[in-house]
Design a protein around this ligand. Structure first.
Ligand code: SF4
Length: 299
């Protein structure tokens, strides 16, 4: 294989490569496709992963890595071993990965920093404990600010995956999610609606309503495939408002402005965010679904 040290993605301007340290996930979030493939979970030795990082850095000139694991660093001891092995080889490279809030202890965040980690994407999903429990997520809402703070102290970006539209979710639950985002100020967010994937417990719960839309690839982005509490228009407006608000406190690095431009930009952003939330507020009243699918666990 021949690789050249040219930027792997002109969008971010540095040479980034993928790497995998583990396969599988032992958690049981009931909407996720991962548990369909069984209980198996395999993880490489920390030494082997650190050695591959060194090769990607020294031989192939990688400037950044993306760990494509379903769930990175499930074992705290392993993360510490990885940090030690990386340091011994001077193999640290900036990397991003996906994990969970319950795994982001102070000790793990420190070890991740030593290994080069710059960005952690966590499945926060909801600010409502009832919705998290209905998803079988296995996390507590109060773990979110702790994880965010542990990463912030290490200078590691904390990014949240959020999910709206789970059966039983009401405006009250949605407001808790918005509040959690405002309280914890993640560096970035990814917002989606709940997609029922065949083979999951969640799919079985709503399959009667799917009709012709049984493949989620047929679904538009942020398009509900069952009777959610609201119509698609509302969830899209919610997505736009939340993203716009997060960007006001954490703009993409390439967009940072200097001098007087900052004040002008801040004012324009604040106005835009206010308008987007006003739209969410209007649509919350007009986009209600009269017969939403409910989840007894969440109501
Ligand atoms: S959402 Fe993440 S933690 Fe949950 S089952 Fe899927 S991969 Fe595992």
């Amino acid at each position: 294989m021949e690789l050249t040290a040219t930027p792997g993605n002109p969008g971010h301007g540095f040479f980034s490569l993928n790497i995998v340290a583990s396969r599988g996930c032992p958690y049981r979030c009931n909407w996720c496709a991962r548990p369909i493939y069984g209980d198996s979970f395999h993880i490489r030795s920390a030494e082997s992963v650190a050695e591959e990082m060194r090769e990607l850095k020294d031989i192939f000139g990688a400037e950044h890595l993306w760990f494509a694991d379903d769930l990175f660093g499930i074992k705290p001891r392993w993360v510490l071993e990885l940090a030690d092995a990386v340091e011994r080889r001077a193999a640290a490279l900036p990397f991003k990965m996906q994990s969970r809030v319950n795994l982001m202890s102070e000790e793990t965040a420190g070890a991740l920093k030593r290994a080069g980690c710059t960005e952690v994407w966590m499945g926060v999903e909801s600010g409502s404990q009832k919705i998290l429990d209905a998803m079988d997520k296995g996390t507590r809402v109060e773990q979110v600010p702790m994880a965010r703070e542990n990463l912030r102290r290490q200078g590691v970006r904390a990014c949240f995956f959020l999910q709206f539209g789970f059966p039983g979710e009401t405006w009250e639950h949605i407001q808790k999610t918005i509040q959690l985002v405002r309280q914890t100020r993640p560096d970035d967010i990814g917002v989606s609606v709940s997609y029922p994937l065949p083979g999951t417990k969640f799919y079985e719960r709503v399959r009667e309503e799917l009709g012709a839309k049984t493949q989620w690839v047929d679904s538009d982005d942020l398009s509900m495939m069952f009777r959610g509490a609201y119509t698609d228009q509302f969830y899209r407006a919610l997505h736009d408002a939340l993203h716009a608000e997060v960007e006001t406190w954490s703009p993409p690095s390439g967009d940072r402005l200097r001098g007087p431009d900052i004040a002008v930009e801040k004012s324009a952003s604040a106005t835009r965010v206010r308008d987007l939330w006003a739209r969410v507020s209007r649509l919350e009243k007009t986009c209600r679904n009269p017969e939403p699918t409910l989840s007894s666990a969440a109501v």
